[in-house]
Design a protein around this ligand. Sequence first.
Ligand code: FES
Ligand code: FES
Length: 222
Amino acid sequence: MSTLTLTINKQDYQLENLDARTTLLDVCRQHLQITGPKKGCDHGQCGACTMLINGRRVNSCLTLAVMHDGDDITTIEGIGMPDSLSALQQAFKDNDAFQCGYCTPGQICSATALIEEVKQNWPSHVSRDLQNPDGLLVQEIAERMSGNICRCSAYPNIVKAISQVLESQVSESNTQSTDNSKQRSSVTGIWSPPPSEAQLGKPPANNKTVNTQTATATTGGR
Ligand code: FES
Ligand code: FES
């Protein structure tokens, strides 16, 4: 194709004659030397390549660069640099929320969008109340971050870091009553799996296949 213009971290890049089959991840890493986003699986399974496109998190290994002419793309470099860390980056540092660090750029991009989603009251697959989800619950954070895999299993501290920033940034108008606040799970450093249907107070499902499909469609849609 002729000329493609990508806006990444507020900077415009012109790409001439780019092979239309090139992914956004490969353009960043191979053509533009923006190497914060990592290639883990290259198959949309690990989240290491997560970027924000128009504020929404996307696996950049699964999307073609030519689809993003004019989009506002943010990588970890646009979220913060060593001398200007975002609150979330600082929280990851303070809470030891990484070991090898390979998944961390994707985790932080994903969590940055997560915080905005919670502020906007978006429900998740484990939300009990779709109209007023409690995004501060550990189960909510774990579910919303389920597209980002950490091979070092730094999950407890990742959840702690995100929870710390959520607590400080999510406005009180988004929180429920004081009573509900008391019911929130505190972050103890131990990751909790999403609650079972029994814990959510739902009657046992008659058709497990339907539930499995629902879960797959919900968690796989990000
Ligand atoms: S490299 Fe994109 S999801 Fe794993
Ligand atoms: S810190 Fe090593 S893969 Fe997550």
